[in-house]
Design a protein around this ligand. Structure first.
Ligand SMILES: Cc1ncc(COP(=O)(O)O)c(C=O)c1O
Length: 389
């Protein structure tokens, strides 16, 4: 998650921290249902197909409610495609920067759409897909992006993701059914429209041969300031203009704001630097439990953080010097054993956890904020660590 995202700080304030084990991811099923209501309306209003991007969130316990609304999943390769087939209803659309021969026949078993990243991969696998009635897509790079963090900009000139839009005339579109682009990241509607303006002049000559256009992910549709009415009008316009099935494959927006990560203060260390007197060790390791804090990087929002107060640097229990969540304000210095809560931790967290230093994964809890009931659905122990090694 990038630092600019607006999160509703009132969510999760009713959660009784005293009964929540630490560390744990707590997912509020009510918020997921609220998000799904937005997608459901969008589908009804525009006839768009919406796929869950498994790379962002793949907690199968929630698939029954998610797959009741969404049309399928977008998979990044064999395991996600197989997982989608087993646990989710509907369309499986698989894209990978490059497929391997050893996996391709299985990928075809589980996918209805396969999107290729290069002309050479199209040439290599086209016939196999046609024989198996799999719809072939081509990922294009629009060479236009409003993503400022370069690591998340898949549409730069040097990006390895997608065929440059100005190279479309080099592709033989026989048997190709779809175009795919993914160039947004946590963005509002205008970025999509601006991207489309760049793409359309190239696409208009080939669109009559196509059956679908996949607009990728990165649409922050469930955010309160997202311009849904503009998106609705745009999707309706696109359908008429292109006569294609329009597809979106959001990940983050499906579970936006629905999860928190609860941890606790384990200890305080020195404070040799007078400017940073309070350094706490917590049982949350950003490296293991919130890798985007290090990778993006970003500073996760702490629940109930005042604008000013006692400043505490919160760090994780791993050996990495940089295993630091950030510096936070507290009204009172938290005591050892006190709980801390980081907001908006459902997406790109549970899918990315790792056992670095043998640090256990947080438990996973489903909570319903309306009924205030909660259920631990996953706990990890030595066996999980042992089997992955
Ligand atoms: C090809 C593709 N589709 C969909 C997504 C989902 O994006 P988001 O979770 O930002 O909506 C991603 C994210 O990286 C992606 O690479």
């Amino acid at each position: 998650m990038l630092p600019t995202v607006k999160v509703n700080k009132k969510y999760f304030t009713k959660l009784d921290l005293s009964i929540i084990p630490s560390p744990s991811y707590v997912i509020d099923t009510k918020i997921i249902k609220d998000n799904l209501r937005i997608f459901n309306k969008l589908k009804k209003d525009t006839d768009v197909k919406i796929l869950l991007a498994l790379k962002a969130f793949s907690l199968k316990n929630l698939f029954p409610i998610i797959s009741n609304v969404l049309d399928g999943v977008c998979a990044s390769g064999l395991n996600e495609a197989k997982f989608g087939k087993k646990y989710f209803k509907g369309l499986i659309s698989t894209y990978s920067p490059a497929f391997k021969d050893t996996e391709f026949s299985d990928i075809m078993k589980y996918s209805q759409h396969i999107t290729f990243n290069s002309i050479s991969q199209i040439k290599k696998y086209k016939k196999l897909c046609v024989n198996e009635n799999i719809e072939i897509g081509v990922r294009i790079n629009p060479l236009y992006s409003e993503v400022e963090v370069s690591k998340y900009n898949s549409s730069s000139f040097d990006s390895r993701l997608g065929i440059h839009i100005n190279q479309l005339d080099k592709i033989d579109f026989t048997d190709i059914k779809g175009i795919h682009f993914h160039s947004l990241c946590e963005q509002n509607f205008d970025a999509l429209e601006n991207t489309w303006h760049i793409i359309w002049p190239y696409l208009k000559n080939i669109v009559e041969n196509l059956e679908w256009i996949n607009l990728g992910g990165g649409h922050h549709i469930t955010r309160s300031d997202y311009n849904l009415s503009k998106l609705t009008n745009f999707l309706l316009k696109l359908k008429t203009l292109t006569n294609c099935q329009i597809i979106l494959e959001p990940g983050e927006a499906v579970v936006f704001q629905s999860g928190v990560l609860v941890g606790e203060i384990l200890d305080y260390v020195h404070g040799y630097n007078k400017k940073i007197p309070n350094i706490a060790i917590t049982d949350i390791s950003p490296v293991c439990h919130m890798p985007d804090v290090i990778e993006a990087p970003y500073r996760p929002l702490l629940m109930n953080e005042p604008d000013k107060g006692i400043s505490v640097v919160l760090g994780g229990p791993s050996c990495l010097a940089g295993d630091i969540i950030g510096e936070y304000n507290f009204i009172e210095k938290p005591k050892i054993g006190d709980k801390i809560v980081f907001l908006d931790q459902a997406h790109y967290t549970l899918v990315k956890t790792n056992f670095f230093n043998g640090i256990n994964h947080p438990e996973v809890i489903l909570w319903n904020s309306e009924k205030n009931d909660f259920k631990v659905i996953k706990s990890f122990d030595f066996k999980d660590f042992e089997t992955r090694n």
